[in-house]
Design a protein around this ligand. Structure first.
Ligand SMILES: NC(=O)c1ccc[n+]([C@@H]2O[C@H](COP(=O)([O-])OP(=O)(O)OC[C@H]3O[C@@H](n4cnc5c(N)ncnc54)[C@H](O)[C@@H]3O)[C@@H](O)[C@H]2O)c1
Length: 287
């Protein structure tokens, strides 16, 4: 059984969806997915670290709700966010007999969410998509907002689409298996959200040693992103670009590191520092 669930609505005109946050909700995910009425066949896309930990829980819950699933696993890490992976996954789905009646579940961190989202947006010109994020980065940020993408040697996320999930199911218990480095990197996006929109969260982060209730912190971050995305879904007015704070330099650092040296959040932390330095120099602020 899952603990009390809390939720937020991403209120987009044609693509509204819910983000549900609860400890243990993975055991009930089939129930929420079946309620969407998007079919009874799916491909679960996950990575080599996450699949052994959580894929059977997800597929059992789906089976209990009469949904058949096939698991597709890619190597863990940023290097799987490539067009080659998109092609491999799509061809595997075709070989398995999937067609436009399938839906796609992303089970993993931001790499899997970005990759599986792109697969869902191009497979048979678009099939329904569900996010089950398992890292801090993906739970507070990448699972919400509909940006999918893959990297090329020329740069990060240069090929992608806007494609929203039908639901985001966030089980904060999955964070307990995250290695310390991956847990910590996620706070770069939390600090980014706090700095652009929530002074009190920024002050909390500076003073709190450890979080008792990550569910609420995660939902608070989702709400910040949701309110921005609702006003500028496709990054046209410039508002959504606030969410890219630290990302110009951060992405350059990730690319220069060959997508393996720095974790996303680590690169973004350096990017935030760089952006702050440039901005204080330009406006003649003291340190
Ligand atoms: N689409 C967007 O709006 C958006 C926003 C922010 C970041 N991103 C993208 O997200 C990616 C970074 O995401 P990330 O930091 O989650 O990286 P990730 O998906 O690579 O996950 C980090 C590591 O943790 C492992 N892992 C994931 N969940 C686990 C769990 N519960 N237990 C144990 N291990 C687990 C993964 O296998 C991986 O090794 C980048 O590619 C970035 O560009 C996208």
């Amino acid at each position: 059984m899952s603990s009390n669930k809390i939720s937020a609505k991403i209120d987009l005109k044609d693509n509204a969806y819910e983000v549900i946050v609860s400890k243990g909700i993975l055991n009930d995910c089939g129930h929420y997915i079946s309620n969407l009425g998007i079919g009874n066949k799916c491909a679960i896309i996950s990575d080599s670290n996450v699949a052994p930990l959580y894929a059977s829980k997800v597929s059992e819950s789906l089976a209990n709700n009469n949904i058949k699933s096939e698991l597709i696993v890619v190597d863990a890490g940023e290097s799987s966010k490539s067009l080659e992976s998109v092609e491999k996954i799509c061809r595997k789905m075709i070989e398995t007999g999937h067609d436009r009646h399938v839906f796609v579940i992303a089970l993993g961190g931001g790499v899997i969410g970005d990759l599986a989202g792109l697969v869902a947006s191009v497979f048979y010109r678009g099939v329904p998509f569900i996010q089950i994020p398992t890292t801090i980065v993906s739970q507070v940020d990448s699972a919400v907002g509909g940006k999918t993408g893959v990297n090329t040697p020329e740069g990060k996320n240069l090929i992608g689409s806007f494609y929203h999930p039908k639901i985001v199911i966030t089980d904060t218990l999955t964070l307990s298996s995250l290695p310390e480095r991956e847990f910590n990197e996620g706070f770069a996006e939390v600090i980014k959200h706090a700095a652009i929109r929530d002074k009190s969260m920024f002050e909390d982060i500076m003073s709190v040693e450890g979080y008792e209730n990550l569910d609420e912190l995660i939902l608070r971050n989702v709400e910040i992103k949701a309110r921005i995305v609702e006003q500028d879904e496709k990054e046209l007015s410039g508002l959504r670009a606030h969410l890219n704070y630290g990302h110009t330099i951060g992405h350059a650092i990730e690319t220069a590191g060959g997508y393996g040296k720095f974790l996303h959040g680590e690169a973004i932390s350096l990017g935030l520092i760089g952006a702050n330095k440039i901005s204080s120099q330009k406006s003649n602020l003291s340190d």
